[in-house]
Design a protein around this ligand. Structure first.
Ligand code: F6R
Length: 610
């Protein structure tokens, strides 16, 4: 859950590292640090660390003389030890020649520390510092061998980079469980937790796999396994450009990403549907028609927003393909001895592709013999590589911690899969075609939802000071309510809950009062009348109501004065539109309350701890 960046080449490294850390700040942002090999005295490493955001570090390094063309840096999300400068990375060994930055958790750090403490002095409470001293212990002049030997004593996960003053032309990188990417430039190389820090310099990358260790120089690198065997790596070309990773004039990444949705939705479905056959073709499934027909159960595993996208997917799979579908929160799935057989198809859904709970659930499902496919955004991420196939959602870089466009594209891909299965199992050509035509209209309809932005902003102004919210939806709009509630709480820190409309009378109705607003999705679908009755019950308790209603529904005005109108679409596709006003509402409330929208407190973008 931390970000690492390293550089070796001919350029001054400090600006590259600071800029790289800014790109990785979404991975953790409680403290940061840089370590640079001093060009004037090749035997010294200069290090600066600071608590707080990268801006603090950037201010601090201005007063330091940090010249050099080789360095590593780190942005931290604390796991072992509090948020202090001493605990910030990079960490030195005893003689301050060896320095390390690490992402992951060393599980046996206590045992290792007990042994090392006899001869080494520790200055932090981190598990990472143990690695620095352990490598130092094994260092006999060959840095890679020292890292390799040290890692053989370690239990846990790591993505790490190591520098040593005696080896000014080398960075060692190793990976087990936490991602690392090497970027290949002209006479320069990069290494980082993902490709964003290097995109301004190169698009050529190599993804390290678990159990690999790389010796990186400015003019090349060699990768080994932990038994010293050289591994040939495949160089990949990254499609995202640096520009895409910027805010493009929006105040926050989250707002940009909300407004990205029509475009990236088109990217998600492009080339993946066949209007003549009324079906979809998602090649990554790696199954022939016969194998697909044999699937008699689908399990969708995911966390957070991805799990709400999965709940929408459940409706699509059951309604279109008639395949019983379960949604399992990954952290629960892995520990409850799930029932899986060879006719069960498991999808792991993840924006980052690095969520540890989801990854562990993937491994558990595979162990039980399931086909596991990924529905993932980040190309080359661990889940993408460990699944037996799957589909990239093509949402582009999602840098705001709160997920928005990835959710939409996850839903899009699951609907396409459901159409593909459905056409083999039960839906007609005409239904398939109707669905695809409706999908093709979605980007335009999303733009119509954006026309409500000013209205939503006014509602945010009106409601921003309430302390509690209830979100309600029924059927396919229940996951929409869950997602709206999650968005509001995670970025505005306002308490909110979400319930299916019909559940309200079984408890939550007791909460309602004039101080407890209800955000309800009441669109024109088969549950419209049921939802209307629920809203009447809320009105009777005098709770303020904000409605998401279908364009043209004049009767909605009898129930509430605050209405956000959305275009009509097929019921299965409603979440693709109805979630957007909730994203915008949460965004505006958070901005008005002065919250750090893109980096809300206590959260991180990529949750690589359990
Ligand atoms: C909410 C949010 C989280 C993630 C969850 C899963 O806005 O971002 O709930 O959805 O941590 O992350 P991924 O999709 O990367 O597996």
């Amino acid at each position: 859950m931390c970000g690492i960046v390293g550089y070796i080449g001919n350029k001054q490294v400090l600006p590259i590292l600071i800029q790289g850390l800014r790109r990785l700040e979404y991975r953790g942002y409680d403290s940061a640090g840089v370590a640079i090999l001093d060009n004037s005295k090749q035997t010294a490493v200069n290090r600066v660390r600071s608590v707080g955001k990268i801006d603090n570090l950037a201010d601090k390094v201005k007063t330091e003389k940090m010249e050099g063309t080789v360095g590593i840096a780190h942005t931290r999300w604390a796991t072992h030890g509090g948020v202090t400068e001493e605990n910030a990375h990079p960490h030195f060994g005893c003689d301050e020649k060896l320095v390390i930055a690490h992402n992951g958790i060393i599980e046996n750090y206590r045992e290792l520390k007990e042994v090392l403490e006899k001869d080494h002095t520790f200055t932090s409470q981190t598990d990472t510092e143990i690695l620095a001293h352990l490598i130092e212990t094994h260092y006999k002049g060959d840095l890679r061998m020292a890292v390799e030997t040290a890692l053989s004593h370690v239990r846990g996960t790591y993505g790490l980079v190591v520098l040593h003053a005696d080896h000014p032309g080398t960075i060692i990188a190793a990976r087990l469980g936490s991602p690392l990417v090497i970027g290949i430039g002209e006479d320069e190389h990069f290494v980082a937790s993902d490709a964003t820090p290097m995109l301004a310099y190169t698009k050529k990358v190599v993804f390290l796999d678990d159990g690999e260790i790389a010796e990186i120089h400015k003019d090349g690198f060699v990768t080994y396994d932990l038994k010293d065997k050289i591994i040939t790596k495949h160089v990949e070309e990254i499609e995202w450009d640096d520009e895409q990773a910027q805010k493009q004039g929006y105040d926050h990444f989250m707002l940009k990403e909300i407004f990205d949705q029509p475009t990236v939705f088109e990217d998600a479905i492009r080339g993946r549907y066949d209007i003549d056959e009324g079906t979809a073709h998602l090649g990554g499934l790696n199954m022939n028609d016969e194998e697909m027909r044999r699937v008699n159960r689908i399990v969708l595993i995911a966390c957070g927003t991805a799990s709400y996208a999965a709940m929408v997917g459940k409706y699509a799979f059951e309604r279109l393909a008639g395949i019983p579908t379960e949604v399992d929160v990954a952290s629960e799935f892995r520990y409850r001895d799930p029932i899986i057989d060879s006719n069960t198809l498991v999808f792991a859904i993840s924006q980052s592709g690095e969520t540890l709970d989801t990854l562990a659930a993937v491994r558990e499902a595979k162990r039980k013999g399931a086909f596991v496919r990924g529905i993932v955004n980040v190309v080359g991420s661990t889940i993408a590589r460990e699944t037996d196939g799957g589909t990239y959602i093509h949402a582009g870089p999602e840098l705001a911690v709160a997920s928005t466009k990835a959710y939409t594209n996850m839903v899009a891909i699951m609907v396409l899969y459901a159409i593909q299965f459905g056409r083999l199992k039960r839906i007609t050509l005409a239904t398939g075609q109707r669905l695809i035509n409706a999908l093709l209209e979605i980007p335009e309809k999303m733009n119509l939802v954006f026309e409500q932005n000013e209205n939503i902003k006014k509602l945010a102004e009106k409601y921003k000071n309430y302390r509690d919210f209830l979100f309600l939806g029924r059927g396919i709009n229940y996951p929409v309510a869950l997602e709206g509630s999650l968005k509001l709480k995670e970025i505005s820190y306002i308490h909110s809950e979400a319930y299916p409309g019909g559940e309200m009378k079984h408890g939550p109705i007791a909460l309602l009062s004039k101080d407890f607003p209800v955000f309800a999705i009441m669109v024109k679908d088969q549950l419209y009348d049921k939802m209307r009755s629920n809203i009447e019950e809320i009105r009777a308790r005098k709770a303020p109501i904000i409605l998401v209603a279908t364009q043209g529904d004049e009767r909605a005005k009898e129930l509430a004065e605050d209405i956000i109108y959305v275009p009509d679409t097929m019921e299965l596709l409603e979440p693709l539109l109805n979630t957007i006003p909730l994203q915008l509402f949460a965004y505006h409330v958070a901005v008005m309350l002065g919250r750090d929208v893109d980096r809300p407190r206590n959260l991180a973008k990529s949750v690589t701890v359990e």
